[in-house]
Design a protein. Structure first.
Length: 174
């Protein structure tokens, strides 16, 4: 069976055969080994198409619809502090999960006072009310729970002063 040039281009993203090749495999009386060499595909693929009644490629991926992300009202901010590539500056970033409003600041260091000041500046810059802030468990954002010298972190106090709900990510899950 001869394959036309237009049929060769009808491949799904990861498909190794065209519909014409599949039909040829299904109608052939040759062995799996011979067909594997002829079409340059895996022997399991040849066996699969020999046993199917249709030459149509089936969709791959999950059978159930993907679960959608939870919808958050505007004002849910994720805050992080990262270092620049040269490790000379720290970048504080706040991004709203809904509107994608982003606010950044560069600082020489990422300490507690700087983090609290960043939060106050973020509140002043955002044109709507921030109701929730999500941060990692870094020392600049919170104190280790149960530490004998732990005190109420200044970042937490800045949240309390504005009625912002304070949330932490799970440890080792940024």
């Amino acid at each position: 069976m001869k394959i036309g040039p237009s049929e060769v281009l009808v491949l799904r993203g990861s498909a190794s055969t065209t519909e014409a090749v599949r039909r040829a495999i299904q109608h052939s009386q040759e062995s799996l080994r011979v067909l594997t060499r002829r079409y340059g595909i895996n022997q399991k693929t040849v066996a699969k198409w020999k046993n199917r009644t249709s030459a149509a490629d089936l969709p791959t991926g999950p059978k159930k619809p993907k679960k959608k992300f939870k919808a958050y009202p505007i004002g849910f901010f994720d805050i992080a502090a990262v270092q620049t590539a040269e490790d000379k500056l720290r970048v504080f970033v706040g991004i709203d999960w809904t509107s994608k409003f982003a606010y950044t600041e560069l600082h020489q260091e990422a300490r507690k006072m700087v983090a609290a000041r960043f939060l106050r500046n973020l509140i002043a810059a955002v044109p709507y009310t921030i109701h929730t802030v999500l941060t990692d468990n870094g020392i600049r954002f919170t104190n280790p729970a149960g530490h004998k010298y732990a005190f109420y972190n200044i970042f937490d106090r800045a949240c309390d002063g504005t009625a912002i709900d304070r949330r932490l990510t799970k440890i080792n899950h940024p």
